[in-house]
Design a protein around this ligand. Structure first.
Ligand SMILES: C[S@@+](CC[C@H](N)C(=O)[O-])C[C@H]1O[C@@H](n2cnc3c(N)ncnc32)[C@H](O)[C@@H]1O
Length: 230
């Protein structure tokens, strides 16, 4: 476990490093192989205290940033399965691409429900068809139905796909090509070249996400949930 944490910390440090080599690598990185679904709501109310789970390396203005790792951007280092906060402390909770990395998602959900005030909002985002990525582990994938099972008594306010079938196709093709290459340096070059060549296809998702069938090979899905008033 310690080695996994160290590897993840060194990945985050590289992302923020000012060394010329890391800066050059960041400069030539291709655009992301996905576009966000414009239909996903973003404007649920925030309160005085809001919680961002798993935001290592990110600046999350307006939130208390909690992550397993005590690194740049993190306000409180803690496990989401045991949050060090009082009941009803937060008005909004963001849990974006975290539930696949925790050992017990039911336990994380019950912790979130405990710290979320009545009438508060929870935003859940999880991968459905996406390559393995260890932060520091990768335990599972979720469909929208799977996320709803975790919602318990919370009210479902909105649901849908954040990133679509083309995102799935592109991330898999890029990983597949890297798999064929024997040397790390070749894989790094292929990642950059394939990324630049393929990224324009990502805009197809703006069309495909209009079809309900997109869920068959959707990339990441989301739910907005509301904590019931007593
Ligand atoms: C895939 S990253 C998502 C980062 C960010 N939300 C984003 O979308 O860019 C997952 C993050 O969750 C953190 N994490 C994993 N397990 C956790 C746990 N049990 N408690 C708190 N944070 C955790 C990892 O350290 C990592 O920073």
């Amino acid at each position: 476990m310690k080695t996994q944490h160290t590897e993840l910390e060194s990945l985050y440090r590289k992302r923020a490093s000012g060394h010329w080599r890391d800066r050059l690598l960041r400069f030539i990185q291709p655009p992301l192989p996905y576009v966000m679904n414009p239909a996903e709501p973003k404007d649920m109310p925030m309160g005085r205290w809001n919680l961002y789970l798993g935001g290592a390396g990110l600046v999350v203005d307006g939130y208390v940033n909690v992550d397993l790792l005590a690194i740049a951007g993190v306000d409180v280092a803690a496990d989401a399965e045991q949050l060090p906060f009082a009941a009803d402390a937060f008005q909004r909770v963001e849990c974006d691409a975290v539930l696949e990395h925790v050992r017990d998602p039911q336990r994380v959900m019950s912790e979130i429900r405990r710290v979320l005030a009545p009438g508060g909002y929870l935003h859940l985002v999880t991968p459905f068809c996406h390559p393995y990525h260890a932060y520091p582990n990768d335990f599972r994938r979720f469909s929208i139905e799977g996320l709803k099972e975790l919602a318990g008594p919370m009210e479902i306010v909105a649901e849908g796909w954040r990133t679509g079938p083309t995102a799935t196709l592109l991330v898999v093709v890029i990983e597949y090509i890297k798999l064929l290459l024997p040397f790390r340096a070749w894989r790094a070059v292929s990642h950059v070249l394939c990324g630049w060549v393929l990224f324009p296809l990502r805009y197809l998702d703006l069309l495909l996400l209009r079809s309900p069938e997109a869920r068959r090979i959707g990339n990441h899905c989301y739910l907005w949930l509301r904590q019931p008033d007593p």
